[in-house]
Design a protein around this ligand. Structure first.
Ligand code: NAI
Ligand code: AKG
Length: 528
């Protein structure tokens, strides 16, 4: 199968080598498209690779029936409608590590340039003015650098600024005292960082929660003469509030790499001599661009060829070790989900998955997603995949529970999937037999041993002589061949079950005929 890959932002040619090398990929590079132009052509593509210029809106996604993966060659994914991608089962991957160093170095360059007014002095000199009075700077040494967002880039900036003998005060909701101590920095609240810093550098993603994080109120808390650096995202710092804070003298200078609207030619902040700026260049180094392009290309190639991705954004990432343990159960989990969804009578309201034995020691979320995929595919078809299965279950209002216990229940590993509807709860359990693949080992309270594939019939009956024969005779009349048959019972003469694998699907007519047989109480045809 050949896949079509579209690249709409400039990516390093060396970096996309993995794409060029893959025999089953057709790569087209078409940069500078407007959103409308992208919408017009996207239906042909299986993969889309972008940087920060391309905006992947819901409309783009809705016009991309073949799109399977979006690769963001960089960190920020605020230019992709993640909800729409997830809803449509499109995996989004990014390259979170490849440009960390470049972004941190650029931030440090901006910090020094800001403190010493280097761009302003250079501009003056370019204009043939030898002016040694207007560009009096400040030292960084012994100043406090406030860092908002101490992730990969924030931490690298902190390490470098320590080299400049600065004191680092950082706010990040996930920053622990231990990590702060290890980095030799001080952990503070947002208010402490804003009110005690001489320089403030922003390093959070642009999220609902961080949009306008630095607003009028935040500026009011800052020291007079504070200087601000934003190499993260436009929109985190409110541009009108920054403008007013500079004009009022509260903020002595600002260094900006990012803006609310990009690109632009005119910007009111650039009319202020206190503002220095670059056009979103923090990641623009040969090294970073090669690295991010290699990372996303590798993920795209792997994903389109059925492999793992290293940096999923809309799926929890799973280590190779965990994948090695839970990966072999993917198919079984999906089959158990599909089985129980056909067994139930009514609309599923709650799915509970019990993980027993060795499996309980691992991150089982990929298995839960596969189970949900199996549960939902019967009604929603191939539209459901492991990217959107949990999302769709949440949308439908299905409550999903996971329970883990190291108790083995007699099996090294066991998965039990329970589905609750208004009419009761049904369950199916399966295990993976070493070298033999998956087996369904229990349905409701009855033990069985069935390979979970093909056409099955699950029959509840009374444990009476002749019941099995009558089923065989009726199926024979409809020319349905029985491949295997399992019987089980709770007690002699009591409730019993038959589990048949047959060579073709039994339709509604045959199921109704079976239901009418003496001693038969319930019949379910199942296709896996
Ligand atoms: N200008 C450029 O070319 C580049 C910009 N970026 C931007 O920098 C951002 C950060 O990148 P990384 O450090 O790699 O990401 P990261 O995910 O490692 O770090 C982000 C940190 O922000 C923290 N955070 C989230 N919400 C917060 C809040 N309300 N207040 C304080 N901290 C908060 C997170 O806990 C996390 O530790 C990216 O999301 C991207 O938008 C990244 C690379 C290049
Ligand atoms: O693609 C770029 O050059 C910008 C990088 C960036 O903003 C990011 O990685 O978040």
């Amino acid at each position: 199968m050949t896949y079509n890959v579209l690249i709409t932002d400039p990516l390093s040619e060396d970096g996309i080598f993995p794409l060029r090398q893959a025999e089953n990929l057709e790569v087209r590079i078409d940069t500078g498209l407007s959103t409308d132009e992208l919408i017009e052509i996207i239906h042909d593509y299986d993969a889309l690779l972008i940087r920060s210029q391309t905006t992947v809106t819901r409309e783009v996604i809705e016009n991309a029936p073949n799109l399977k993966i979006i690769g963001r060659a960089g960190v920020g994914v605020d230019n992709i409608d993640l909800e729409a991608a997830t809803e449509h089962g499109i995996i989004v991957v990014n390259a979170p590590d490849g440009n960390t160093n470049s972004a941190a170095e650029h931030t440090m360059a901006m910090l020094s340039a800001l403190a010493r007014k280097i761009p302003q002095a250079f501009l003056s000199l370019k204009n043939q003015i030898w002016d040694r009075k207007s560009f009096l700077g400040v030292e960084l040494k012994n100043k406090t650098l406030g860092i908002v967002g101490l992730g990969r880039i924030g931490a690298e900036v902190a390490a470098r600024a320590k080299g400049q003998r600065m004191h680092i005060l950082a706010y990040d909701p996930f920053l622990t005292e231990e990590k702060a101590q290890k980095l030799g920095i001080t952990k503070g609240t947002l208010e402490e960082v804003l009110s005690q810093s001489d320089f403030i550098s922003i390093h959070t993603p642009l999220l609902k929660e961080t949009r306008n994080l630095i607003d009028e109120e935040a500026f009011a808390m800052m020291k007079d003469g504070v200087q601000l650096i934003n190499c993260a995202r436009g929109g985190i710092v409110n541009e009108d509030a920054l403008y007013d804070a500079i004009v009022s003298g509260k903020v002595a200078g600002a260094a900006l790499d990012v803006f609310e609207v990009e690109p632009f030619v005119d910007h009111k902040l650039l009319t202020l001599p206190q503002v220095i700026a670059t056009p979103h260049l923090a990641a623009s180094t040969i090294e970073a661009q090669e690295s991010v392009a290699i990372d996303v290309s590798a993920d795209v190639v792997s994903f389109l060829n059925g492999g793992l991705v290293q940096n999923p954004v809309n799926l929890p990432s799973v280590s190779k070790e965990v994948m090695g343990k839970v990966g072999p159960f993917f198919d079984l989990a999906e089959k158990l989900g599909a089985f129980v969804s056909q067994l139930i009578d009514g609309i599923v309201e709650e799915i509970t998955i019990h993980y027993y034995g060795d499996l309980a020691g691992f991150d089982v979320r990929p298995l839960t997603r596969n189970t949900l995929k199996g549960v939902l595919q019967g009604n929603l078809g191939d539209h459901v995949n492991d990217v959107n299965a949990k999302y769709l279950a949440d949308q439908i209002g299905i409550v999903v529970n996971e329970y883990k216990t190291s108790i083995t229940k007699g099996f090294t590993n066991l998965l039990t999937v329970e589905a609750r509807t208004k009419n009761g709860t049904r369950s199916v359990s399966g295990t993976l037999l070493n070298g033999l693949g998956g087996r369904i080992v229990k349905v409701d309270k009855y033990y069985v041993d069935v390979v979970p594939e093909g056409n099955l019939i699950f029959i509840k009956h009374k444990d009476q002589p002749g019941a099995i024969g009558r089923v065989g005779t009726l199926l024979a009349k409809s020319n349905i061949n029985i491949a295997t048959m399992q019987v089980g019972r709770a007690n002699i003469g009591g409730d019993a079950i038959m589990m048949l694998t047959i060579d073709k699907y039994v339709d509604g007519y045959d199921v109704n005929q079976l239901k009418e047989l003496e001693d038969i109480s319930d019949v379910t045809a199942i296709q896996l």
